[in-house]
Write a protein that binds this ligand. Structure first.
Ligand code: C5P
Length: 292
């Protein structure tokens, strides 16, 4: 076998609660992750050198900072081979959008390279080393995330959530949004706790209750850095979304719909509103990386 393609989903945080800044520069989180049906496809092919190229949704730097390339290098070091692969990433998850697109690519690259190199090992420790969200990208489904976000407890899925994602025409850097969070919140930040309201709503499966229970404590920081997102959130709300939040650290905005038909109405309303670059329907939860 000389080529493997792995498809990995993006994610949305249904709860994102942020605690104090830790000594290691990260924040203690309590979050509910859900993998959604916006997918990146990562194809790895044996080659005479490491190369990363991206296609689709938008450009990602295909340099040594590309997380899929880093994943290949880390796995190669761990199992003692040379990282001689050509990596092609077909992107549908928005870049620097708060939906863990880079983490999805890293998780997919780990799975694809492990298959190519016939390496049988637990990939989760490598995922946690690559980034806070990569562990969830490897797991998929729905999970409670704690510590940096890498300590995961799977949550049972009762039914499907129907989402609309509004892609912004700006990017937000994750560290900058966290820095803005620290500036706004100061040092007196309580430890985060899980939202029982959300967990109850998810168990009941009523989309109205889930919509009302969505929370994101990073939202004020994202809105301070990208004030135009207020208009996007307002457009989705006035079009009848059951819940509206900034996705992760943004700038993508997430809207919960009643069902797929309602989601398609929201897509049209958001695109017509002119407050976003594009709007896309997706559902969740979906499985983690799948070899195609
Ligand atoms: O882990 P990852 O590389 O994705 O994190 C990017 C940046 O986001 C970190 O350098 C840090 O500034 C911020 N971050 C944080 N607390 C977390 C996760 C990320 O402060 N739990």
């Amino acid at each position: 076998m000389s080529t493997v393609t792995v498809r990995a989903p993006g994610k949305v945080n249904l709860q994102l609660s942020v605690g104090p800044l830790r000594d290691d520069g990260f924040h203690h989180l309590v979050t509910v992750f859900q993998a959604v049906s916006l997918f990146d496809d990562v194809t790895v092919t044996r080659s005479d050198r490491l190369r990363v190229r991206t296609f689709g949704e938008s450009e990602v730097p295909a340099d040594e900072n590309n997380l899929a390339g880093k994943a290949a290098v880390l796995l190669a070091e761990r199992i003692g081979v040379e990282p001689l692969v050509d990596i092609r990433i077909n992107k549908r998850i928005p870049v620097a959008g708060g939906m863990a697109g880079g983490s999805a690519d890293a998780a997919a690259a780990l799975v694809a390279c492990a298959s190519l190199w016939e390496a049988e090992l637990d990939l989760f420790p490598l995922a946690a080393q690559l980034g806070s969200d990569v562990s969830f990208s490897l797991l998929g489904g729905m999970a409670l995330g704690e510590k940096r976000g890498e300590v995961l407890t799977p949550l049972p899925a009762r039914g499907t959530q129907h989402w609309v994602f509004a892609f912004a025409d700006t990017l937000l850097s994750t560290p900058m949004v966290y820095k803005e969070f620290d500036r706004i919140r100061g040092t007196d930040v309580p430890d985060p706790t899980r939202s029982e309201d959300l967990l109850r709503a998810l168990e009941g499966g009523d989309p109205v209750e889930v919509g009302q229970a969505l929370t994101n404590e990073m939202e004020p920081a994202a809105l301070a850095l990208a004030p135009r997102l207020r208009a996007t959130l307002a457009a989705g709300r006035s079009a009848g979304a059951l819940g509206s939040i900034v996705a992760g650290t943004g700038p993508t905005c997430a809207f919960l719909a009643r069902d797929e038909a309602n989601a398609n109405e929201l897509v049209v309303a958001l695109e017509v509103s002119g407050t976003c670059r594009a709007a896309r329907y997706a559902y969740g939860p979906v499985a983690g990386p799948i070899t195609r």
